[in-house]
Ligand binder design. Structure first.
Ligand code: KG4
Ligand code: ZN
Length: 359
């Protein structure tokens, strides 16, 4: 059993949490959404500065809320990839410094592995194998979870992430940032069948379509064309929001169900901010029930970025004797398949600095 303090600063949330295996002892999240709202999206340099100002407070709060001292912490973790480089550096530097100071093992965590582990927090008896549908502002992937650190990406978006599509369509409709929650709210009063929008199929060179990959940029362009064809005061915003949301939900549901069935996976765990979407929840739950599949939607606070999910992943790695070298750097992009390159067994010599995983 391991008690881990983790720090998450990959985008616009400064977060710190303490988790004992799959049990949350504290979970502190300071969101920067209001800071970035005037710009219509996250400004990387502004995000880094806010992380620097907030990260120590978040760590202190996490310890205080858990009622623990450093001597009761077994390991320290921080998100190291993928994400905004300047933002990641703040959390990673804080984590490595504390590990050195308090003589604790340090673990760099892949942000998407954290999102996968969010499902374990709300469903502690969950065990691999299962399929994870990860839908956030930066990622849209179907991941076969085989074991801790063993992941196979079976499908993904070829362009925009699902959350990015929500944010871009909201911007087109002048609905502000972030777009997902406001489109979701407006869609409740609109007609999802008002506009026929493309499903974003990916054609294969040998003919036919990729069963699990998707494209969301065409969908966004179709919404743009519709808005351009109408005078600004005649755009039926709720109908457009509802039709767009239904198109995203149907595209994700169709691919997720096909992927689960074809790979013999009876459990689907959904993660990332778009998991909050009511249209996706409804479509996926209905389709899964028809096929006898189990779908897990974690509570919203675990779907959006938080450090508890990072600590949960780190606790499992620590239990298996995995530890990262203090030479570990950050990476803006990193494949989930490369997760194990972040670790050495605690009794092995440090990984070489020039390890390709860290370049
Ligand atoms: O996982 P997350 O908090 O951050 C990233 O790692 O990206 O996801 C944020 C994304 C944003 O694009 C936001 O618009 C979207 O999740 N989102 C939603 C909803 N709530 C948040 N999208 C659709 N419907 C929602 N209710
Ligand atoms: Zn995320």
């Amino acid at each position: 059993m391991s008690t881990v303090l983790a720090i998450e600063t990959s985008c616009d949330e400064t977060a710190a949490a303490i988790v004992r295996d799959r049990q949350i002892l504290s979970n502190v999240v300071s969101s920067q959404i209001q800071v970035h709202q005037p710009y219509g999206g996250v400004v990387p340099e502004v995000a880094s500065r806010h992380h620097v100002e907030t990260v120590n407070w978040a760590i202190e709060q996490a310890l205080q809320q858990a009622g623990l001292t450093w001597s009761e912490i077994d390991g320290i973790a921080a998100t190291c990839a993928p994400g905004l480089v300047g933002a990641l550096l703040v959390g990673l530097t804080a984590g490595k410094t504390l590990a050195l100071l308090h003589q604790k093992p340090f673990l760099g965590i892949h942000h998407l592995e954290g999102h996968i582990y969010a499902s374990y927090l709300s469903q502690p008896d969950l065990e691999p194998p299962f399929l994870c549908l990860l839908v956030s502002g930066g990622h849209t992937s179907l991941i076969h979870v085989k074991d801790c650190g063993v992941y196979e990406t079976l499908g993904q978006t070829r362009d925009d992430a699902a959350g990015e599509a929500f944010d871009k369509v909201a911007r087109l409709l002048n609905l502000g940032y972030p777009g997902g929650p406001v489109i979701d709210r407006l869609a409740q009063t609109g007609n999802p069948k008002a506009f026929a929008l493309p499903e974003g199929k990916i054609s294969l060179p040998e003919g036919g379509y990729h069963p699990y990959d998707a494209s969301f940029s065409g969908l966004k362009t179709a919404v743009l064309r519709l808005t351009q064809a109408l005078p600004a005061d005649a755009i039926p915003v709720p109908d457009l929001a509802a039709s767009f949301q239904a198109a995203v939900a149907q595209a994700l549901t169709k691919r997720t169900i096909a992927c689960a069935i074809n790979h013999g996976l009876s459990t689907i765990a959904v993660g990332g901010g778009v998991a909050a979407n009511s249209g996706l929840r409804q479509h996926l739950q209905t389709a899964a029930a028809e096929k006898g599949l189990r779908v897990l939607f974690p509570p919203l606070k675990f779907c959006t970025d938080n450090a508890a999910m990072i600590a949960c992943a780190a606790a499992e790695h620590l239990n298996r004797g995995h530890e990262s070298p203090l030479t570990l750097g950050v990476q803006s992009r990193m494949s989930l398949a490369a997760v194990m390159q972040l670790y050495q067994q605690s009794n092995q010599p440090p990984l070489a600095d020039q390890n390709p995983a860290f370049s």
